[in-house]
Design a binder for this molecule. Structure first.
Ligand code: NOJ
Length: 556
């Protein structure tokens, strides 16, 4: 399936697997690596080129595995290293590349290094691998600075020293159980080079780098200007980012050059993709300069409003900024941290997109969201560059917006004092089989989060082979994207068809001979004569393109 070139990543469609929610082979209600292996056929059916697997390392699971206590082992929840090897082998046999998550900003507080740091004295070598500081005030009982965790609450926690007395404070820009590494420590650098090699030697094709923009903190850890303080939702980062003492500092780039030298020792090509929620796009593009990473998620695209004007602007800026450094653009609409896009597009346009939806909150318009979500997907998959899909979006899965609060696990639910519902609603297990226990997610019917009723009709077996289903639309789009070379093509706005000034609600572009028209307005739109390859919704009886529908056409 993979394009057989060293540059496969430039055009790849990558499928994100969230291990705890993909498929559960053991029957404990939490997905696992053998479960993933057992369902790879669904990915070859879909037609993706690669998988990105979110963390499966040993972890107390405070942040669903983004709190790693052993970077070189599989958590027993998910299986064993042998299960991992089997998964990689199967993927490669099937022609799927394997990208794994790397979490270098912080470890778990259960990590042996952090435990050693707690047991050691202030100023010791063991403490130097994390950011321990004395507190302010006569008794050191005030945090060292004003930094806030983006999951809510202060970014500092005071420890009890080995002598039983209140001791130093340590920095955690996420949960208190996720202490930040100190990237000025040579030990930290050496350790991560070694971790990279450990997994490269096991055959992985690349790494998705978590929080790639936060590893380096400003020297002296100065207070953060109030205006730079931000929230978890990616893309909501303003120009202020450039002035934050912890987000987006240029020092991170030297780390990625160091890692790139390690990756480049391996053949075939191994890649890195940055999760870097910085703006503007020119700052994102710094991560994909030729001696750094290969890809960086385009969160401006993910967070762009529905309107044609907004999306056109993001596309232009992205292609220009990445093009300036010779990199492709990496499109994405959903992941495990944001509202699923069919729900996002179903919210009122003037509502600030929330971090999770509770049953008492404004509910998305499901039909509108699905229509727009499908239309947005057909826009994305026609763009030049690579694209990441999040498990379940190929089924049109909505967010679970009625989860019982007692089931919530995302740390921000607790750290925000229940002000933010958090990300559990986009992490509900996959529905594979409408008639099976737990919709086929687990052989025992156990499921760490329950499915909403709407998932029954959306189960994989209800859509496979069904013309017009979201699954078949994705499948057709991926096949056409490949056969028409869209990911390797060039975008030209079709101003002859839809003049952006006269028709501001239409997105229309050509790519490798295909005309893509996305109707973001309210009126149906006459289409030019030609052969319709694919649409995200039904054309009206005159053959016109209704609102909220995207079409791919070969014009006469
Ligand atoms: C970004 C990850 O995608 C998210 O799930 C996690 O909570 C934070 N980084 C912290 O690792």
């Amino acid at each position: 399936m993979n394009p057989p070139t060293a540059n496969w990543w430039r055009t790849a469609a990558v499928y994100q697997i969230y291990p705890r929610s993909f498929a559960d082979a053991s029957g404990d209600g939490i997905g696992d690596l053998p479960g993933i292996t057992s369902r790879l056929g669904a990915l070859t059916y879909l037609g993706v080129d690669a998988v990105w697997i979110s963390p499966f390392y040993r972890s107390p699971q405070v942040d669903a595995g983004y709190d790693v206590s052993d970077y070189r082992d599989v958590d027993p929840l998910f299986g064993t290293l042998a299960d991992f090897d089997e998964l990689v082998t199967r993927c490669h046999v099937l022609g799927l590349k394997v990208i794994i998550d790397l979490v270098p900003n912080h470890s778990s507080d259960d990590h042996p290094w952090f435990q050693a740091a707690l047991a050691a004295a202030a100023g010791s070598a063991a403490r130097s691998r994390y950011l321990f500081r004395d507190g302010k005030g006569t008794h050191g009982d005030q945090p060292p600075n004003n930094w806030r965790s983006i999951m809510g609450g202060p970014a500092w926690t005071r420890i009890t020293g080995p002598d039983g007395c209140p001791g130093q404070w340590y920095l955690h820009i996420f949960d208190a159980r996720q202490p930040d590494f100190d990237w000025t420590s040579p030990d930290v650098h050496a350790e991560f080079r070694s971790i990279l090699r450990f997994w490269l030697d096991r055959g992985v094709d690349g790494f998705r780098v978590d929080c790639a923009h936060s590893l380096v903190k400003e020297t002296g850890l100065p207070d953060e200007p109030e205006h730079a303080i931000k929230v978890l939702i990616p893309g909501e980062v303003g120009e202020a980012d450039a002035h934050s003492p912890m987000w987006g500092l240029d020092g991170v780039h030297e780390i990625y050059r160091e890692w790139r030298r390690v990756l480049d020792e391996y053949s075939p090509t191994r890649i890195m993709v940055a999760e870097a929620t910085v703006s503007p796009m020119s700052r994102v593009a710094r991560f994909v300069r030729s001696d750094e990473m290969h890809q960086a998620f385009n969160f401006s695209f993910l967070t762009a409003p529905w309107t044609a004007t907004a999306v056109r602007q993001v596309i232009d800026r992205s292609l220009a900024a990445n093009g300036a450094v010779g990199a492709p653009t990496t499109w994405v609409l959903s992941n495990h941290d944001v509202l699923r896009h069919v729900s996002r597009y179903g919210l009122p346009a003037d509502l600030k997109v929330p971090n999770g939806i509770r049953v008492q909150d404004v509910q998305p318009d499901a039909a509108l969201g699905l229509a727009r979500g499908r239309a947005a997907t057909l826009t994305m998959l026609a763009l030049p560059g690579s694209a990441y899909l999040y498990q379940g979006e190929e089924l049109g899965l909505p967010e679970h917006t009625a989860l019982d609060d007692s089931l919530r696990q995302a740390p921000e639910w607790f750290r925000s004092g229940h002000l933010e519902a958090g990300r559990d609603g986009c992490r509900v297990p996959m529905p594979w089989n409408a008639a099976a226990p737990a919709l086929g997610f687990s052989p025992t019917g156990a499921s760490w989060l329950p499915h909403p009723q709407s998932y029954v009709g959306l189960a994989w077996d209800q859509q496979a082979g069904v013309a017009g289903s979201t699954l078949e639309m994705y499948r057709a789009a991926l096949a056409l994207r490949r056969s028409w070379g869209l990911a390797a093509g060039t975008l030209d706005w079709a101003t002859d068809f839809a003049d952006t000034a006269a028709e501001p609600d239409v997105l229309a572009f050509r790519n490798n001979g295909v005309l893509i028209v996305s109707n973001r307005g309210v009126e149906a739109l006459p289409l030019p004569a030609g052969r319709v390859l694919l649409t995200s919704g039904t054309l009206d009886q005159d053959g016109d393109l209704p609102a909220d529908v995207t079409a791919w056409i070969i014009t006469d």
